[in-house]
Write a protein that binds this ligand. Structure first.
Ligand code: ADP
Ligand code: MG
Length: 351
């Protein structure tokens, strides 16, 4: 039985169809990340799970219970927002315990729960402070603390780290990951940041225009993207994509890239298609027969790594390397087993 299940979910705002025929099954205990560009419907989906947004068509089930018509407060779900949504006039203790007051438990039990959450999140020493006396990261911990004390079946996070600076963001990322290992509860986490998705998720849902482009583990999505959208969305800098025109197809197994003939026995090339290669898979050492001489347009030095920019047939190419480059003209090598092939519709070409 799926822990969380979406069946044919549709959602429109007026004429604007935001989610269409969304189907997904999530196993118990998993950390799921919804990843996609701004406006693709991630928050809308999360808000439908929480009960903050009406579902037009379809069903959402939590442990086989239909959520659609349950009040948000009856869903046993806790949501953490980007904006923290803390009460400014209350201190940390009051903010964390606020939701517990409506449950019929004693003051001592409330205190225990607050202290337990504060310990997990390392905010015990701030319990007397008001939100404005806390840093962004500490405020976010308080918001998470409030969610934890309610012992929900499911946590929902909507871009919880996007208001934090880069250093804090990576620190909190690790904290959230540890939290999941400790609590072992299901989490649905929304972000447009691929690094958050790759590092946090058991499984990533790549969304685009209210639809699922791919659902899989981070490794699977990185290694086996089903189409160019996913291939370009995961990986930094993004995958290089080159178009192979009909003129460059020599026969059903062979095509030409510049003056290099490349053969794939198991494919059947009959119309134009695309090849992709990740910047980190291009080599400056000879490890392939596909050698291409390039002009270096620009080198971006990131410290341990460099991004070399060049162009092939007018298309910008990015190469990631740890080598120090002095020359303006270098040779790059494209390992054949690192080439991705996509058809004319930008879907992965099947052998
Ligand atoms: P994301 O979280 O992926 O950035 P959203 O789910 O917030 O995207 O929004 C998806 C689309 O739905 C956008 O086009 C947005 O403008 C629209 N939308 C979201 N909420 C509302 C609303 N309450 N009323 C009308 N349109 C909305
Ligand atoms: Mg959003």
């Amino acid at each position: 039985m799926a822990f969380l299940k979406f069946e044919d979910i549709d959602k429109s705002f007026g004429e604007n169809n935001v989610i269409s025929k969304f189907n997904l099954e999530v196993e118990k205990g998993k950390f799921i990340v919804l990843l996609g560009p701004s406006g693709c419907g991630k928050s809308t989906l999360l808000r439908m799970i929480a009960g903050l947004e009406k579902i037009d068509n379809g069903k959402i089930l939590l442990e086989n219970n239909l959520l659609n018509d349950l009040l948000p407060s009856k869903r046993q779900i806790a949501m953490v927002f980007q904006s923290y949504a803390l009460y400014p006039h209350m201190n940390v203790y009051q903010n964390i315990s606020f939701g517990l007051k409506s449950e019929k438990i004693s003051k001592n039990q409330i205190k225990e729960k607050v202290i337990e959450a504060a310990k997990i999140l390392k905010i015990e020493e701030f319990l007397g402070r008001r939100p404005k006396e806390l840093s962004g990261g500490q405020r976010q911990r308080v918001a998470i603390g409030r969610a934890i004390t309610r012992k929900p079946k499911l946590f929902l996070f909507d871009e919880p780290l996007s208001n934090l600076d880069a250093a804090l963001r990576s620190e909190m990322r690790v904290e959230i990951s540890k939290l999941h290992k400790k609590l072992k509860s299901n989490i649905v986490y929304v972000t447009h940041d691929q690094i958050e998705a790759m590092t946090l998720a058991d499984k990533i849902v790549i969304m685009n225009n209210g639809k699922i482009e791919q659902y899989g583990s981070p490794e699977d999505i990185y290694n086996n993207p089903t189409n160019i959208f996913v291939a370009e969305f995961i990986g930094n800098p993004k995958m290089n994509i080159l178009k192979i025109k009909t003129n460059d197809i020599i026969n059903k197994n062979t095509f030409k890239l510049l003056d290099k003939e490349i053969k794939f026995e198991n494919f059947n090339f009959n119309k134009e298609f695309y090849i992709g290669i990740r910047p980190e898979d291009i080599s400056l050492e000879k490890n392939s027969e596909i050698a291409i001489d390039i002009n270096v347009d620009l080198i971006e030095n990131l410290g341990s790594e460099k991004i070399i920019y060049t162009h092939l047939n007018g298309t910008e190419m990015r190469i990631k390397s740890s080598k120090n480059i002095k020359d303006k003209n270098i040779t790059i090598y494209l390992p054949k087993n690192k080439l991705y092939l996509f058809d004319n519709n930008k879907d992965r070409l099947k052998a």
